[in-house]
Design a binder for this molecule. Structure first.
Ligand code: SF4
Ligand code: SF4
Length: 313
């Protein structure tokens, strides 16, 4: 389970599934985070794996620290990893202090997100300093960089022209494919749109829901399955996670039933009737799904499932 502490982020990566950025908000309350964590422990016992992410969790380090202290007090066990883009890593003594705190509060790994998308916003020297310091404090086996190869040299993405960035982004996605949801379904899809709807039409989402490796919970308690960002399957502020899990039946819920049984192409007719302009090509089912959900969101429809607005504006 990934806890999205906030949608706020100093970066606004072109491939962000959640469309995070500096203008976004939300901060998961300690109560919501603990309720989700406890719920997962009840459901999965020792197999429960928690990671804390965002947005950028280090924007609210004091809040994160309070959450970790509370979880430790309650004996909720370890946090598999805390993710960061490293924007905050200016001073070595500050980095050491924060990492020691994480280490003393049951955090197993630090995950540093760094690739051409992040490099557009976060300076290389900060990420490098964070990586090297984290290796000293936690040991290299407890530091993950996604992706390590980009630490080798500064790509100076910030100074690249739009065309040069496009080449770097396309190259990165060829080596490390992403799902075209959220912001990834905007500019980037132009590079990879090569499938007609008829080809996508056969792709249903049963496995995506039932065989997802985990869930994400956003700052407002909304639950997303796997990386299907912006598709709300429940809210832990309304019902405990255990109950949502027990009652989850995608065939019985508006929109989810269509995605489950027919895939996103099942929503096309309803959208076209209301003026949706079908593209000739899509990069895949998630691109089509995101485009259709955006259309319904803009029309103010199906908002029980299609939301929250942070994922669509
Ligand atoms: S991908 Fe990560 S670093 Fe980039 S905008 Fe999204 S949350 Fe922020
Ligand atoms: S098409 Fe939609 S529901 Fe299916 S896996 Fe992609 S984002 Fe999730």
């Amino acid at each position: 389970m990934g806890l999205l502490l906030t949608y706020k982020c100093p970066a606004a990566c072109t491939f962000c599934y959640y469309k995070c950025g500096p203008e976004k908000g939300g901060l998961m309350s300690i109560e919501t985070a603990i309720a989700a964590w406890r719920g997962l422990k009840t459901l999965a016992g020792e197999s429960a794996k928690i990671h804390i992410t965002g947005g950028e969790p280090f924007l609210y380090f004091e809040h994160l620290a309070k959450l970790l202290e509370k979880a430790a007090k309650l004996g909720l066990g370890t946090v598999d990893m805390v993710e960061t883009n490293g924007f905050w890593a200016d001073k070595k003594n500050d980095i050491v202090e924060k990492l020691k705190f994480l280490d003393a509060h049951n955090v197993k790994k630090l995950k540093i997100s760094y690739d051409p998308f992040h490099a557009e916003f976060v300076p290389y020297n900060k990420v490098k300093l964070l990586y090297e310091t984290a290796c000293e404090v936690l040991g290299p086996q407890r530091v993950l960089v996604r992706w390590q190869e980009y630490l080798e040299k500064d790509l100076s993405v910030k100074n690249c022209s739009e065309d040069e960035k496009t080449v770097l982004f396309a190259d990165s996605l060829k080596n490390h494919p992403c799902r075209f949801t959220g912001r990834a379904a905007e500019k980037l899809t132009q590079l990879f749109a090569n499938k007609e709807v008829e080809k996508i039409a056969k792709q249903v989402c049963q496995k995506s829901f039932l065989a997802a490796k985990g869930i994400h919970i956003d700052p407002y308690g909304n639950i997303f399955s796997g990386v299907c960002s912006g598709i709300i399957i429940g809210n832990i502020n309304e019902k405990p996670l255990e109950e949502i899990w027990r009652d989850f039946n995608p065939t019985k819920k508006e929109v989810l039933n269509v995605l489950f049984n027919e895939g996103p192409a099942g929503l096309l007719e309803k959208a076209i009737k209301q003026g949706y302009q079908k593209s000739r090509l899509y990069s895949g089912k998630c691109h089509l799904c995101t485009a259709l959900r955006q259309f319904f969101f803009d029309k103010g429809q199906l908002l029980q499932i299609i939301g929250p607005e942070d994922c669509y504006i």
